[in-house]
Design a protein around this ligand. Structure first.
Ligand SMILES: C[S@@+](CC[C@H](N)C(=O)[O-])C[C@H]1O[C@@H](n2cnc3c(N)ncnc32)[C@H](O)[C@@H]1O
Length: 362
């Protein structure tokens, strides 16, 4: 069976931290539409729902994220869930986490399940910065949990990724990230800019009005150091301007080699662009985003009402409801959130519709 799907799940609507830039700074529970619906009073996904989702979607999945918006490790049954996921031998089973709720039982389950990547969010390389940003977290506890995970994953396939959300409070600490990640045995880093979040006053943390040249130089220096230390860039903001790209062959070859070592040439990037070019967007039909209340969306950007509800709807019905979203993107007549989405593109081929004079590519 061909595995081509990505499944993004949230196992809970809750988090144990109140990070300053995050929606959890103002709430202890993240509700997903339809807002009145919950599968359990505590906002956790029930085991039976997870089992059904796993049996239906995981056999076709190439990548499954057991977390997205909330904190997966605080689910009491996380160990059971991850072991179930492990049965499906998903090539890229992973999850983002603050790791603070890790214990021996969960660490063992993660490794036994063959989790490919544990992505730990660490937005401060010093205790003071970490604890200022990750409100409720203690740096010493993070260090303990990283040690626990590292002990459990010795000799296993489970890799560590460090996620760093870049903002004003930790701007200078980006330069400390490569050494921190390498010292903790990480294979890769993921750096992203802090972004505005509805309902959260994080304007003071945004780097949007800073000198772009200075930001690029800081990103370049940290990336160079990371690659020098043998780390890959799982996700990293662009930092080169067209003028930076030297034209001579030696410089081009050196750049290509560096990008290869950084892990920036990946089949999935090509595949993503190809799918976007063919269908107008790479997500609908290839990605299923499933919330703890069973709501299904075609991508993480979708904020219209969900397309389907699990566990009561069969897979065929979910796909039937996805079809108009895919058709809209292919035809150049997007619907729902796709209308205003900036991630989508134009499908290269759009069917001829009657006497329409519209060019194929506009
Ligand atoms: C929302 S958390 C949920 C998963 C888990 N609790 C964690 O800490 O990784 C996922 C990631 O989003 C990042 N994040 C939170 N608010 C953000 C914002 N306003 N802009 C960019 N990233 C943000 C966090 O730093 C974290 O790396």
């Amino acid at each position: 069976m061909r595995r081509r799907h990505t499944v993004v799940l949230d196992l809970t609507e809750r988090c144990n931290l109140r990070c300053v830039m995050c929606y959890f700074s103002t709430t202890d529970r993240l509700r997903f539409p339809p807002f009145g619906r919950e599968l359990a009073p505590n906002g956790n996904m029930p085991l039976a729902t997870f089992e059904r989702i796993a049996a239906t979607y995981f056999p076709h999945a190439w990548r499954v994220a057991l977390g997205c918006a909330a904190e997966p490790l605080i689910h009491r049954e996380f160990g059971t869930f991850v072991r179930i996921a492990g049965r499906y031998r998903i090539p890229e089973l992973w999850f983002p986490t603050n790791l603070l709720a890790l214990n021996e039982e969960k660490a063992e389950a993660i490794v036994d399940a063959g989790v490919h990547t544990v992505a730990v969010s660490v937005d401060g390389m010093r205790a003071e910065t970490y604890e200022k940003i990750r409100v409720g977290g203690r740096f010493a506890q993070l260090e303990e949990r990283l040690a626990l995970l590292n002990e459990a994953r010795q000799g296993s396939r489970t890799r560590l990724r460090i996620i760093f959300t870049w903002m004003r409070s930790n701007r200078a600490e980006l330069q400390l990230l490569p050494a921190f990640a390498a010292a903790h045995g990480a294979a890769e880093i993921d750096v992203r800019f802090v972004t505005p979040t509805v309902g959260v006053d994080n304007a003071a943390e945004l780097l949007a009005n800073e000198d772009p040249g200075a930001l690029d130089a800081e990103l370049a220096a940290a990336a160079e150091e990371a690659v020098r230390l043998g780390l890959r860039l799982a996700y990293y903001p662009g930092f080169e301007t067209p003028e930076d790209r030297e034209e001579n062959l030696v410089a081009l070859a050196r750049r290509a080699l560096w990008r290869m070592r950084a892990g920036l040439y990946r089949w999935e990037y090509f595949d993503y662009e190809l799918a976007k070019w063919r269908n107008g967007c790479a997500y609908p039909g290839r990605t299923y985003v499933i919330r703890p209340n069973g709501a299904v969306a075609p991508c993480i950007f979708w904020n219209d009402p969900p397309l389907a509800l699990l566990p009561e709807m069969e897979r065929a019905e979910v796909d039937r409801r996805l079809a108009p979203v895919r058709e809209g993107l292919r035809n150049g007549e997007p619907i729902g959130t796709c209308v205003t989405c900036t991630v989508r593109g134009d499908a290269f081929y759009q069917p001829f519709r009657g006497d329409e004079t519209r060019p194929l590519i506009d």
